[in-house]
Design a binder for this molecule. Sequence first.
Ligand code: ATP
Length: 594
Amino acid sequence: MNQDKSISFKQSYKISLELAGKYSKLVKKSYMYYILSFIFQAIAFLLFYPLLNAIFAKEFSLENSLIWLSAIVVLSLISFIFKWLATNFQYSGDLVEVTHSLRVKLGKKIKSMPLQSLYKYRTGELNSTLAQNVDDSVLHMGIVAGMALETIVIPIVLVIGTFIIDFKMGIALLVAIPIAIPIYNWSRKKTKWEKEEGAKAHATLEADTIEYLQGLTVLRSINQIGENATTLKKSIVTVREVQKKGVIGSSLPMIIMNTLIEFIFLLILSLGALWVAKEELSFAALAALLIILGRLSEPLANFLAIAGVLDVMHAGFKNIKKIFDTEDFTIHKPILEPKKFNIDFDNVTFNYDDSDKKALEYLSLEIKQNSLTAIVGPSGSGKTTITKLIMRYADPQNGTIKIGDVDIRNMEQSKLMSYISVVFQDVYLFDDTILNNIRMGKPNANNAEVMLASKAAFCHEFISKLPKGYDTKIGEIGGSLSGGERQRISIARAILKDAPIVILDEPTSALDTQSEVAVQNALDELIKNKTVIVIAHRLSTIAHADNILVIEDGKLKERGTHIELMAKKEKYYSMVQAQERTKEWNSITKKKNE
Ligand SMILES: Nc1ncnc2c1ncn2[C@@H]1O[C@H](COP(=O)(O)OP(=O)(O)OP(=O)(O)O)[C@@H](O)[C@H]1O
């Protein structure tokens, strides 16, 4: 599809069927009924000509007149029935089902998208696609499609009919159409710009608003609230600018188009009157033409407005299609399930989509089942990338990653995720009850299981002290949970999930000593008999690890236990020395300040 051109009626028809999925037959049927309804209605209007002929005939024939009148009534009734059948698609609730199934399909797609593709979207963008764009698109299938078909079918049938009534009049009508085309194209360009830019500006505003609210604390600390929230302010102003430019740009063509239609109709009528005077046209034909022009004016006047609405929908379609067109993870056949939970990287090279730099380079490493492996290295060396790839954030460009000797590409994504629990430094709690927040680890767990996990994570006590205990909503207590408490709730979630692999991304580094002890106790419960990977900056916390992997520039530089690596006196040794010196320096400056 040519993205720079306005969407044609045909294109929007095709896309609407694609989006309707299993409901496409119903949508097609509804369109068909609309077309039939408008054809019958237009023919009914054309039959005014023989009716008027019968009425104004030299010898008035009541019988003839009644026959034509009955024909008009019957055709109108048929048209009404077809319209009723067409709109039944909306009123029977099928349209709502289409909206629902499209949203569910999008939700499934988002779930199966590689995280790398997902992270390219801002939260607000996805939000606006799932909510607004889906509604806009489905609106097309229901209401606007009928109006769009009316603007096409009625004029076509009426123009053909006019030719049959009077060839000259038919020509006069046809000549008028090419005059309107350049104005139509000019206007479409203007309205398309407004609708597409408008949709983009709104999505940006939505995303900025969400990010603004999420980051309010940080923004406050850097004095970026209210008048100073520059990003949000900018996107609010952009919406105003786009709307203003759009309204100015699209109103003028609309006024010109409508005036032109009225002018052309007047001209045709004047011509008709002249031909009647010259006895080149019957009075009945002129009267019929008057009726036909009256029926034509509405769809023609609406044409631009409807084309504009189609552009809004096209913008929505494009966003929905962009999500559907994202490549899914391919699950390699045969689908396998690991029996063990050791992890192996074999010659793994990976660079992020938008970067030329290799985040990991020909990396091979082994993580034994039920061992505690620490990954250390300078910032940007690739530690987090290793853990992301285990969770299939994206596939490496080279090499394989195996769990229990099974390539992770041979595993169902949901199965793979069920093998892994992650505890991050930043804990995300959903605005739901504490009970449900923990239960997310195992959705079918009963309350007793949740409480058991919570006790193991040392959070039962503080939860019990909350006014509504486990039924307290996270939103109700807002920021009153400490970092350590939030962390322990997330550990309870992981304990309940009981996944065989646990990834700890520096979960205690942001905590004070007292909280750290409590969280460490909870972690000790979590990692019992698990394959554990810890990303650590503070080397003192991983001295007891079974294996330490030193990563630098995406490559494995050293491996061994703390004792082995210290004895080697190379990279790890220097890192430990450097941290010791920093610690000493900090305690000296602390003492000085006291
Ligand atoms: N989403 C991304 N897109 C592009 N490049 C990325 C992305 N995430 C990480 N990188 C780059 O990949 C390299 C490895 O990053 P990674 O986050 O794995 O390092 P790290 O060792 O975990 O660092 P840190 O200790 O600071 O968290 C870095 O050069 C980083 O800039």
